[in-house]
Design a protein around this ligand. Structure first.
Ligand SMILES: *[C@@H]1O[C@H](CO)[C@@H](O)[C@H](O)[C@H]1NC(C)=O
Ligand SMILES: *[C@@H]1O[C@H](CO)[C@@H](O)[C@H](O)[C@H]1NC(C)=O
Ligand SMILES: *[C@@H]1O[C@H](CO)[C@@H](O)[C@H](O)[C@H]1NC(C)=O
Ligand SMILES: *[C@@H]1O[C@H](CO)[C@@H](O)[C@H](O)[C@H]1NC(C)=O
Ligand SMILES: *[C@@H]1O[C@H](CO)[C@@H](O)[C@H](O)[C@H]1NC(C)=O
Ligand SMILES: *[C@@H]1O[C@H](CO)[C@@H](O)[C@H](O)[C@H]1NC(C)=O
Length: 437
């Protein structure tokens, strides 16, 4: 008789026996041909026949399942099941996979077999983890700690404007007292956070919205959703965008600030969520889902936005455009009289300041028209709105009889993250990191 046939015979016998003896103990498992669990093999053993793998697996407390290499008669003992790690369960024509038949300990129930997360325990054991304690090695460095899943679920960090308004950012972190963000350092309106432990985090970020306009709305900030693995001790510099100002009806609104997260000290961006443009006679444009801003005159490649007017019609937008990460916004100062819309930018205080020079909002003639911190452009108080800040700045779009602020651009380190153009609620920006359990 060939080994394979003997094995099938054995499996059949095993089930008959276990069903007829103790129903509680019956762990009839089906072997899955041409499949294997990758990455969790802790022991390989040469055996005379496949059923010997069951015997070898049952000798090891951490054995959860095994792969069998059919032509080589080798058992590969795994310390996970395919339920715990479905993403590692792959087609493999040379192997079959089977879960441990008897005596499998639940994942995380003993210190020798810690889980990496509560998510993994739920997947592996198919039950809720509430109220129980588990051995979890969150850092994946071999140090397991006994804890409840509810405790680690509470690990979330939400970075806000800390109550600051208008063109300057916060100067203290008292608003975080009693929260997980308490140790955050505030310098020049930017917040520095040291990641407290290694793990995967869900992140959600919003740019701020632009100020309301004549009878129009400010553009809403772009929203970013993603998952990131961060190492303990990594330092992030966070600038949370502040909403654009508005003087009330009959006037225009200033640009909203972008929300920025960069790795310190090299200042490589993790994400930037664009702020919305201020409302003019038309609604402000939303924070964009591209690195370039939205609307006419949008900045590109990290630069500030342009201002578009028509000098021949005496359309000189007197407001500021939004800033990008690298280049500030500016003003429209054209001596040339030409017909048709002209887009340009000259340095001025009304433009938002780029992230690298501080990120302040543009400075207006009156305080109620300052741009939002995070590079928002100032409004001029009458008809012209400011552009939003972002990875690239929003422009100011105007022509005969109408105007609208452009939205800032967005950037994500990982292209699988979702960016929703104008996906945020009206208000200030924020960025939150929630532990993925
Ligand atoms: C599981 O096995 C892998 C090797 O595949 C090993 O790196 C890891 O430490 C083992 N984990 C446990 C909890 O035994
Ligand atoms: C593993 O990481 C945890 C949490 O970061 C830490 O407390 C522990 O000291 C680390 N252990 C080793 C052996 O590095
Ligand atoms: C973070 O805080 C902002 C502002 O308070 C709030 O709008 C937002 O919903 C919070 N985000 C999360 C994920 O709790
Ligand atoms: C802390 O910052 C908030 C918001 O900007 C401000 O209102 C408050 O006065 C500041 N507190 C101190 C002690 O500086
Ligand atoms: C974004 O993340 C939040 C939680 O942080 C979640 O509630 C929401 O469904 C996510 N949205 C998308 C589109 O993934
Ligand atoms: C910002 O400008 C510097 C030079 O001033 C350049 O080296 C860098 O690539 C620019 N960054 C981006 C994101 O465009």
């Amino acid at each position: 008789m060939r080994w394979e046939n003997l094995f099938l015979f054995y499996l059949g016998l095993n089930c008959v026996m276990t069903f007829s003896f103790a129903v509680d103990q019956c762990r009839s498992e089906v072997n899955e041909q041409e499949m294997a669990l990758e990455g969790f093999v802790f022991k390989k053993i040469l055996v005379p026949a496949p059923f010997m793998c069951d015997v070898e697996c049952e000798k090891e407390i951490t054995c959860q399942s095994y792969n069998y290499i059919v032509k080589e008669n080798i058992c590969e003992l795994n310390n996970r099941t395919k339920e715990a790690r479905p993403e590692n369960f792959r087609r493999d024509p040379s192997r079959f996979y089977i879960r441990r038949l008897a005596g499998r300990v639940p994942l995380g129930s003993i210190p020798e077999l810690p889980a990496q997360s509560c998510h993994e325990i739920r997947a592996s054991e198919g039950r809720e983890t509430k109220g129980n304690k588990y051995w979890i090695d969150q850092a994946g460095n071999g140090t397991a700690r006994l804890g409840s899943c509810e405790e680690s679920m509470r690990a979330w960090y939400n970075f806000t404007t800390l109550g600051a308004t208008k063109r300057h950012g916060p100067d203290n972190s008292t608003g975080y007292r009693g929260t997980g963000c308490e140790g955050v350092q505030v310098k020049g309106g930017k917040q520095e956070w040291t990641v407290p432990f290694t793990g995967r985090f869900h992140l959600e970020a919003c740019g701020a919205s632009g100020g309301r306009g004549l009878s129009s709305a400010g553009g809403k900030g772009a929203k970013i959703n993603g998952t990131v693995r961060l190492e303990k001790g990594v330092k992030l510099v966070i600038l949370v965008g502040q909403r654009g100002s508005s003087r009330g009806s009959g006037h225009s609104g200033s640009g909203g600030g972008g929300t920025f997260v960069l790795y310190s000290p090299r200042m490589r961006p993790l994400l930037v969520a664009g702020g919305g443009g201020g409302g003019g006679s038309q609604n402000g444009h939303p924070g964009n889902d591209q690195v370039d801003g939205s609307g006419n005159g949008a900045g590109s490649n990290g630069e500030g936005g342009l201002l578009c007017g028509d000098p021949a019609l005496a359309m000189h937008p007197d407001s500021g455009s939004g800033a990008g990460i690298n280049g500030s916004g500016g003003c429209f100062k054209s001596a040339s009289v030409q017909s048709g819309q002209l887009c340009m930018k000259t340095d001025c205080e009304k433009g938002g300041k780029s992230f690298i020079v501080g990120g302040e909002g543009g400075k207006a003639d009156s305080a109620d028209c300052h741009g939002g911190f995070g590079g928002g452009g100032a409004c001029d108080g009458d008809g012209y709105p400011g552009g939003g800040g972002g990875y690239s700045g929003g422009g100011v779009d105007s022509s005969e009889g109408w105007s609208a602020g452009g939205g800032g651009g967005s950037f994500v380190e990982n292209p699988t993250w979702i960016i929703i153009k104008g996906g945020c609620d009206e208000g200030d920006g924020y960025v939150s990191f929630t532990r993925d359990n």
